[in-house]
Design a protein around this ligand. Structure first.
Ligand SMILES: [Zn+2]
Ligand SMILES: [Zn+2]
Length: 169
C-alpha cells in the first residue's frame, strides 16, 4: 500500500484493517494479524506511530527447523524526503528512527515489513529446550537419537584404526 504524502490530511490517516493492506510480506509464511497505525504529517515530515502484530516463521537457531511465532512491533518512525545531495544525509544520521521517502510516496507495506523484522527475536527457538543438530552426523536431535559421541571422531584415529584392521587380516 502506497500513501501519497500530499494526500495525508491534517487529521491524518488511521490504518486499522490488516486485510485492507493486502500482502505486505515477501515471505508467504508471514502474515499481518493486527495493525493499528496513525499516519500524520507535519510539513514534509511524516510520522507513523502505533503497533502491529504479525505471525512470522523463522529458522530455529539450534535445529534450523521453521519455528512459527508471533511478534508485536511498536512503530514510531519519522520519514523525511530523501535528501537530494549527500551533504544533507548527515542531518538525520544520528537520529535512529528517521527513514526516507522518495517521490512523495510512502510504501506502508515495506515499512511494516521493516518494523516486523526489527521486532524479531535474535535467537528464535522452535521450542524451549530444543536439542539442536548433532555436530557429528548433522541429524536433528529432537527427531533422531543418534549414537554419535559428543565430540567428532579424530580423523587421524580413524586412519590408524583402518590401518590396524587391514594389518590384522
Ligand atoms: Zn529447534
Ligand atoms: Zn549424530
Amino acid at each position: 500500500m502506497i500513501v501519497r504524502v500530499p494526500d495525508i490530511t491534517n487529521e491524518g490517516l488511521s490504518l486499522t484493517d490488516a486485510s485492507a493492506l493486502g500482502a505486505v510480506y515477501r515471505d508467504s509464511a508471514w502474515r499481518l494479524l493486527d495493525v493499528n497505525l496513525r499516519v500524520e504529517r507535519d510539513g514534509a515530515d511524516v510520522f507513523v506511530t502505533g503497533e502491529l502484530r504479525a505471525a512470522v516463521s523463522q529458522a530455529c537457531g539450534r535445529c534450523l527447523e521453521p519455528s512459527p511465532g508471533e511478534v508485536t512491533a511498536p512503530v514510531d518512525v519519522r520519514l523525511v524526503p530523501r535528501p537530494v545531495t549527500a551533504d544533507n544525509v548527515e542531518l538525520a544520521a544520528d537520529d535512529l528512527d528517521v527513514d526516507f521517502y522518495d517521490k512523495d510516496a510512502i510504501d506502508i507495506g515495506a515499512l511494516i515489513e521493516a518494523e516486523t523484522t526489527l521486532a524479531l527475536p535474535m535467537k528464535p527457538l522452535c521450542r524451549e529446550g530444543c536439542l539442536g543438530l548433532c555436530r557429528v552426523c548433522g541429524g536433528n536431535r529432537n527427531v533422531v537419537k543418534c549414537e554419535c559421541p559428543e565430540r567428532p571422531p579424530d580423523p587421524r584415529m580413524a586412519a590408524l584404526k583402518d590401518l590396524a584392521s587391514r594389518l590384522s587380516h
